[in-house]
Write a new protein. Structure first.
Length: 385
């Protein structure tokens, strides 16, 4: 038995050493703030010592950063080693990683990246378009929370906010799967202004000027790292309430990432991590429709009468979908000429609202039509200036 274990261990080590590891990130065009904690993500990596080197002159010379073994991150596809960016400024950086006991086995970043003194970007892309959705799991393959942008609205401060509705269900792992969804209307109202994301009325929930070295009044601990999300790396802001214990995060281009992570107590019931999303009609990861409740989802396609009607010059049109489909809503004049396409994308089941602005059109009768699968519904609207 002893020899069998030794043979298995030998074959395991030989197989893993035969797998060439690769630096997945940083691998070109990333931007890091100097003197901050960052990750080097490795594909096909194993638990062993690595030597880490940094070049700030496109590979002409190398600085030894240190020897690392303990991965700070392991999701089955990547492992990550944590390092601290040096106090330099350069737009010609490369990372070199080598096995400590075999310096002939190494990898270098494919392209250069940058280290800057200060924030890494000037604007955060938070996709708040109506119909976008984020799905959060409390345990593997169990969606416990869904956020959706249901509409935009003008608030009493004269500014436009995007309304985030929340659907949630029990996530107790000791209980059977809960199919009853609770709906929280107006869960959050958010608006974007350059570097800042506001929650109504004026709470700053994210500012691109925040760095690990500055912090913020609500979040004294901040980390800005690249995170792997469904096969790509996204710049992600981790807003930590208590160091290494509780945090939320937002990813550039995705928006919500970790809705809430509570690492120290009741993790499987309290935490909500991103499982999937639908942004601009494109889906990634694990998604689901909200389970049908008699008082929540319609049992057929519905196109409501616009409101107000008559209108000048803006009106809103509500529509409801019993399931996820490609939806097209267009506006036509009285002669049947197409005036505007209000929506043409894949939308999940639920209730939605779009806005029609006729400021450049003359007064008169117009028609709007919704097409979804084999269903086609047309209604009339009246513009009076």
């Amino acid at each position: 038995m002893k020899y069998l274990v030794m043979v298995i261990w030998f074959l395991f080590i030989k197989f893993n050493y035969a797998q060439k590891f690769e630096i997945a990130n940083p691998n070109g065009n990333e931007v890091f703030t100097s003197s901050t904690h960052q990750y080097v993500y490795i594909k096909n990596g194993i638990l062993q010592y690595y030597n880490l080197y940094l070049s700030s002159d496109d590979g002409k010379s190398w600085q030894n950063i240190g020897k690392f073994i303990y991965p700070k991150y392991d999701d089955g596809e990547y492992i990550a080693l944590e390092w601290v960016t040096p106090a330099i400024v350069s737009d010609s950086c490369l990372i070199k990683l080598e096995r400590a006991n075999d310096i002939t086995s190494y990898d270098i970043s494919d392209n250069i990246f940058s280290i800057v003194n200060g924030p890494v970007q000037k604007e955060f892309n938070f996709p708040l378009e109506v119909g976008n959705k984020w799905f959060f799991k409390s345990r593997p393959n169990y969606i416990a929370t869904i956020l959706t942008v249901s509409k935009d609205t003008l608030m009493d401060d004269g500014k436009k906010y995007y309304v985030i509705d929340e659907f949630s269900r029990s996530s107790n792992p000791q209980m059977p799967v809960d199919t009853t969804w609770n709906k929280n209307i107006n869960y959050r109202l958010l608006r974007k202004e350059g570097t800042i994301i506001y929650q109504y009325p004026d709470r700053v929930i994210l500012n691109c000027n925040w760095t690990e070295n500055t912090g913020s009044p609500d979040f004294p601990y901040i980390q800005v790292k690249y995170a792997p999300i469904f096969g790509q790396f996204y710049l992600t802001y981790y807003l930590i309430i208590m160091p290494e214990l509780e945090w939320i995060s937002y990813s550039d281009g995705i928006g919500f990432n970790d809705l809430h992570v509570l690492a120290w107590s009741d993790w499987t019931q309290s935490s909500r991590t991103l499982a999937g999303y639908i942004i601009d009609g494109k889906s990634h990861g694990v998604i689901t429709d909200v389970a049908k409740n008699d008082n929540e989802l319609p049992n057929k396609f519905i196109l409501n009468q616009n409101y107000p009607n008559p209108f000048n010059p803006v009106t809103k049109i509500k529509y409801s979908l019993p399931k996820s489909v490609q939806v097209i809503i267009k506006v036509y004049d009285i002669l049947g000429k197409e005036i505007s396409t209000l929506i043409d994308k894949y939308v999940t089941a639920g209730e939605y609202e779009v806005e029609f602005n006729a400021s450049k059109l003359p007064s008169g009768v117009y028609f709007y039509n919704m097409t979804a699968e084999t269903t086609s519904i047309t209604r009339k609207l009246l513009l009076m200036k």
